[in-house]
Design a protein around this ligand. Structure first.
Ligand code: HEM
Length: 246
């Protein structure tokens, strides 16, 4: 046995005695084979369809939403290296606005990265909405897919909230206008209004704290929630397969 093989076996048995890799590997292989896995066959093959249903192109919309999300994560991570979440209204320009100016005017390819992030957001909101319409009009929300529909409703809400929180981050006059509408809507809500304004806008009036709050929601809280929901959503699609269109 060569040195490389010996090192591999040593490392593998070291990990296996601690993490039971072989047992878990065996278990996941068994469950893989026992599930109704439709992956290798296309839908048309599985159900012996002789015509390609004319709605089929619209079945890409879920995948397009997912692709948009991946692009947003990548471009957002790059923007995150340069963006400064400072909305202190005393300083002119605010640190947030100054960092946006830096990204747009000085950072090499900065304006391209920001534009891709901006336009992919619009693209994702549209794709998620149209995907929801496709699911509705093909009746794919029915038994047994009710839970995935509900996860989808949450994803639609969080996608829009993602867009809104990002819109506030440049802290320019558009952001300030949108934040004013948002906080007024929150404050106009009976009973929980003040609590919602504090939780989402960092107070009952707009301050520098609003930007920090939106920033943390945008780059940590929402990504964690949306990633978990997308994984659950896709796992359920994988287990249940795509709904039959007839
Ligand atoms: C981030 C947002 C979303 C992503 C990435 C996503 C992704 C996907 C993907 C890849 C599929 C496989 C079939 C297809 O592509 O059409 C799917 C199916 C499904 N989605 Fe979504 N989706 C999202 C939002 C939604 C929304 C807003 C709803 C409804 C309120 C929804 C409900 C469903 C249902 C019920 C299925 C099963 C459809 C079938 O079996 O034909 N999804 N989703």
């Amino acid at each position: 046995m060569g040195l490389a093989e010996k090192a591999f076996l040593w490392a593998f048995s070291w990990l296996d005695t601690r993490f039971r890799i072989q047992d878990y590997w065996g278990m996941s292989k068994d469950s893989y084979h026992s599930m109704h896995r439709q992956m290798p066959l296309t839908h048309a093959e599985k159900y012996k369809l002789r015509i390609i249903w004319y709605w089929y192109p619209l079945y890409c919309l879920g995948g397009i939403s997912f692709l948009a999300f991946i692009i947003l994560v990548i471009t957002g991570t790059i923007l995150g290296f340069y963006y400064v979440p400072g909305g202190d209204l005393e300083s002119d320009p605010t640190p947030a606005y100054a960092s946006m100016e830096f990204i747009m005017l000085e950072l090499p390819f900065g304006y391209i990265i920001r534009s891709i992030h901006h336009w992919t957001t619009h693209f994702m909101v549209a794709a998620v909405f149209l995907h929801m319409c496709r699911v509705y009009f093909t009746g794919a929300y029915r038994n047994p897919r009710e839970l995935n529909w509900l996860i989808g409703v949450a994803l639609m809400f969080f996608t829009i909230f993602f867009g809104y929180s990002g819109y506030l981050l440049p802290w320019d006059s558009l952001a300030f206008g949108a934040a004013t509408i948002g906080i007024n809507m929150a404050m106009a809500t009976p009973l929980i209004g003040e609590w919602v304004a504090n939780a989402m806008f960092g107070g009952t009036t707009l301050t520098g704290q609003t930007v920090v709050r939106m920033y943390f929601l945008h780059v940590f809280v929402l990504p964690v929630i949306v990633t978990a929901l997308i994984l659950a959503h896709l796992f359920i699609v994988w287990v249940q397969g795509i709904a039959e269109p007839h």
